[in-house]
Design a protein around this ligand. Sequence first.
Ligand code: ANZ
Ligand code: ZN
Length: 848
Amino acid sequence: MKEYNPKKIESKWQKKWEKSDLYKAKDFAKKPKKYILVEFPYPSGSGLHVGHARSYSALDAIARKKRMEGYNVLFPFGWDAFGLPTENYAIKTGIHPRQATDENIKTYKRQIKSLGLSVDWNREIDTTDPKYYKWTQWMFLKFFEKGLAYQAEMPINWCPSCKIGLANEEVVDGKCERCGAVTQKRQIRQWLLKITAYADKLLKGLEEVDYLEKIKAQQINWIGKSEGTEVKFSILGERFSQKENRSPAIVSVFTTRVDTIFGVTALVLAPEHQSIRNWELGIGNWDEVKKYIEQTKRKSDLERTSETKERTGIELKGIFAVNPANNEKVPVWISDYVLAHYGGGAVMMVPAHDKRDWDFSDAHNLPKKCVIYPRTVWGIDRDFDPLQKKKVFEEEERKIDLRFSEILAGNEAYTEYGRLLDSGEFTNLESEEAIAKITNWLEERGLGKKKVEYKLRDWIFSRQHYWGEPIPIIHCEKCGSTSSPQAVPVPEKDLPVKLPYVKNYQPTDTGESPLATIKEWVNVKCPKCKGPAKRETDTMPNWAGSSWYFLRYCDPKNNKAFADYKKLKYWTPVDLYNGGMEHTTLHLLYSRFWHRFLYDLKLVPTPEPYAQRRSHGMVLAEDGQKMSKSRGNVINPDEIIKIYGTDALRIYEMFMGPFDQAISWSQNGLVGCHRFLSRVCNLFNEKRKTAKSNKEIIPKLHQLTKKVSNDLEEMKFNTAIAAFMEFINFWQQPEQALSPKDAEIFLKLLSPFAPHLAEELWQGLGHKKSIFLEKWPKYDPRLTREESFELVVQINGRVRDAISAPIDISEEDAKKLALNSEKVQKWFEGKPIKKVIFVKNRLINLII
Ligand code: ANZ
Ligand code: ZN
């Protein structure tokens, strides 16, 4: 190729690669397997976006390298195609979701192919294909069989103006995303999957996998395991006691700080607390209370627990609670900062030691009682030198006393552990010990017990929409089991329950799915008693199909099972899974749960689905904003490819910044990458005939090999590409030359990043077979030792400069070098150096 012209070569190679099935993953091949997975996209009407191209290009580069390293690589692709956007599009345009989906998939597939990804298209899947969702339904029935799919009354977001149920993501700031009306909560009967039964397994499993730390941390927080104490408060009231034979009502609270129980000043209930209705007669200000309960319904949990919001609440007049630790009577309040679905929906209020309680008490002029004395030096370290101890103690005591007086004066909440004050027989104990002892004490008296709580809630699995997998259940008046009255599973032989064709996808104004209006579909015979029965009309959420799609890639055409166990055994777990951070607590957690359930049924070979999880940052528009249709700042990869070619787009997407960080698009950056490829092309034209590489360039080539190999392993794509650019600058000098064999090494290294150009130049060197059938280059470690490194210079432990220094530089020389730097000098102002800390080949720290 004379001049770099991507248009001439890219589609040519894409066609050749596809024809020769170059990227086919072979079941049971002798080579070691590598399963590399990118999250499959939702084929929306707006087409592919350069954000998609970032992770796809990067993971493709890894897949290509792994093949060249001798792995049997599975790098599949598919479509997560059920869901609301398509349904909404259908409502707007009258185009059937099936037709819209097919068209969108076609566009996406063309676009993804134009990225030159090394995908094995034989394994393509589509979650809306009945042959696929048959198995999603089948798995749902397994959950049902095991009692992990159940029905309950749950609130949905209801838009009173559009008259439809909204998904959480369609509610923005408490308002309907489409019309802006304030949404309400409506109770309807829904299906749930009992993910909470797997809370502990999901936590434990994290220990076995290699996920980014921030991903693990988010899942751990989301599951929110909390160990504490359940404490029972009895509720009394004048009007209660007048009724004969009425045992006092009991309210259980959950606390992680039972050591503060002697500081309780009130009992606070969530407005939704079940007991409140039973006390209507006993509550003096019922009307006011009722009003507050109504108001709460409109708020989201996020609003309710926000640190900054005003602490509202109402006292329940006429009743009070008894603190089981000291039999003290305390008032009972309701407040929306107490959540209904956690810890029994009630808290014991300890304002002196809890920030939220503190704010609440401040807002309502309630008393605060301090019962935890801040930790003293004695409490922490018992074997101090007595003289020292006295001095430090006096010093500390003064500080602590100061703080303590603040706490006592009601100016500050002390929320840490300490020593108990005014706590009856537990006074003077340390918090840790007190928690254990008070819990025991309560337990012996039947007033409380140890308890573990989780933040994780069961997964609401119903959607009142059309474009989803029908839930394969038939409701029969006569049949059903006691746990799920009247719900009869569709027999396996009748799966899939296909989505019927409809003309109108508009949700009904009862909140039911549009399927409810299709009488011929809804009315069926009960599979058990053959009596008249009705189909379930809710569909599954779009998280259903994506919970197991990686299994289907292992055996996509199987019609006897969701996948053959032996194939699963060969391919799973996924070795590397890349996806968005926004999926950490949804898809990633759901699919781990789903997989662990299948594992417990011995249907899959490993407990965890993904051995490694990594995540990419978003690509923002040039102005730093999120790309979106409404802002008109979306960049379409088609346009880029047309002008600059796929390889330039790929290189730029990987070069733009550290892979896990969000980054703004830069047209200049893209142009620079195109120029880089032209230079590579020119170099191959100009320097083609050299027989021998010169001495200087050989170590550079080995260093490049090492850098690119390691950086790809660590997903540092940007620094790998920077190394190519540096190498090219060197090679470009007139006196530098690479032999054909060495130039081939360069091409092999470049091939995962710019596959089309690499293949073209490779075959230009006279090769008949693809470069992707070559072995990944090795380097000689003796040649890769750098001659210089970045010496970090610190002053008093703070980094002030970094200077290039020869490897193995001595402390003396390093010091000289550091003192020569202007940046360093300006920190001295004539002060002498007291001490030097020197870490060889790393840093020098000057203490002044
Ligand atoms: C008394 C107390 C005193 C508390 C103190 C803390 C400090 P985690 O770690 O999140 O489990 N709590 C319990 N149920 C609640 C609910 N439904 N809504 C809002 N808050 C609730 O936190 C447990 C603590 O959160 C519990 O311990 C309770 O406040 C509060 F000095 O009880 B604590
Ligand atoms: Zn029946």
